[in-house]
Write a protein that binds this ligand. Sequence first.
Ligand code: ZN
Length: 232
Amino acid sequence: MNTDRKALWAVRQSALPTVVRSCPDCPGTRHRASGKIRANANGKLLDVWLLLSCATCGRTSKVPVHERVHVSTLEPARLVAYEINDPAAVRELVMSASLAAKNRYRLDWTGTWELATRTPLYALDDPNPLSVQVRFELPAPVRVERLLQLGLGLSRAEVRRLVADERIRLPFAPDVKAHQDFELTLHEPGFVDTARHAKSLGAPDTERTDLARIGLPPVPGRELPRRATAHA
Ligand SMILES: [Zn+2]
């Protein structure tokens, strides 16, 4: 798409994902990173664990990160990061899909992100297409229509209608969960104001008030009923 009109939407991190796995001490399944990493050297062999804390009972549990690896296989800087509980290293480990797969737990990304937009909405009356780059600063799976709702301040039904009308053009279906950068295009972007105006004439909609502002985090719990499809 050749257009000079570009906007940037950033999916920003607002929290770490929750680790979902059973707790040996209670019926709880939700665990948070405790912020600590434990490294234990035995001669030249090293064990490294990520420490989690059960959100229900507080029990600490360990996730093996490295088991019996030779010290020389880890970069010195990484070893130091582990030893000082470097927050960036904790973040990397708790967000790691491969660590989750290896240790057979699930990551719940609900409430971990917010959308920051600098869309020049003032220029929506410009009839030229507006290209929107969506950048992910964390690999949270985010439903595309949810992003559009937040970014444009529209309801899901309106977003779906505009996608069906090809006034919003997406690289995939609106109910897909994206977790990587992509680009979408708004054609005749004035439709956003039109849709908002039409909405304001209809029944009061509390969601509109909340989401009309830019950069609000998703409403907690809203993603939960769709969890079954969230990790497909
Ligand atoms: Zn527990």
